[in-house]
Every structure is written in structure tokens, then in C-alpha cells.
Write a protein that binds this ligand. Structure first.
Ligand code: FES
Length: 98
């Protein structure tokens, strides 16, 4: 079992190892939004605060979309992310207004 801490919403949720984040977000009421779900729009941009080793590796879409400094800051595209194991702490900017 893995555990996701959705920091901005103060929600902690247990998931099976290897679950795509987008599926986890269907199960809980969190404010992280998704758009294209294919790694091209950036709506799902988030930052992994803790547990970068517990999430899936960067996809080609993330490498294309995110800047080098974004990657260094722990930014990822939520629609591309799978939660592999352990604890993962996520945060994101409120982008509901976009
Ligand atoms: S939903 Fe568009 S990049 Fe993730």
C-alpha cells in the first residue's frame, strides 16, 4: 500500500502500489485538476515535496513539457504520475481560476 498526502487539501489517501495518480484523484475530493490527461496542457502540474523515489519515472511528455529548473524543483505532470510505493507528499498551485 502507498499513501498520498494531498497537501493543499489536507487529504491523505491510501492507494495500491502502482496506481496512476489520476485514478487516485477520482476516489477523493481534491482540488488538483486535469485537462488533456496526455501530458501536453500542464493543467495537472504539481510538485512532489516528499517521496520522489516513490513515484514513477519521468515520461517523455514530462521531459518535453517541463523546464529543467521545474524538474529540479520536483515538478511533475500529475496525469503522467504513478504512485509506486510508500509515502508521497504533493502540492500544486491553485489553478481552478485558469
Ligand atoms: S492533464 Fe494535461 S498535462 Fe496533465
Amino acid at each position: 500500500m502507498a499513501q498520498i498526502n494531498f497537501k493543499p487539501d489536507d487529504v491523505i489517501h491510501d492507494v495500491e502500489d502502482g496506481t496512476p495518480l489520476i485514478e487516485c484523484c477520482e476516489e477523493v475530493d481534491v482540488s488538483l485538476s486535469f485537462g488533456c490527461t496526455e501530458g501536453t496542457c500542464g493543467v495537472c502540474e504539481l510538485t512532489v515535496l516528499e517521496g520522489m523515489n516513490n513515484v514513477s519515472r519521468l515520461t517523455e511528455e514530462e521531459r518535453d513539457y517541463l523546464l529543467e529548473e521545474d524538474l529540479e524543483a520536483g515538478m511533475r505532470l500529475g496525469c503522467q504520475l504513478k504512485i509506486r510505493k510508500g509515502e508521497v507528499v504533493l502540492t500544486w498551485k491553485g489553478n481552478r481560476a485558469k
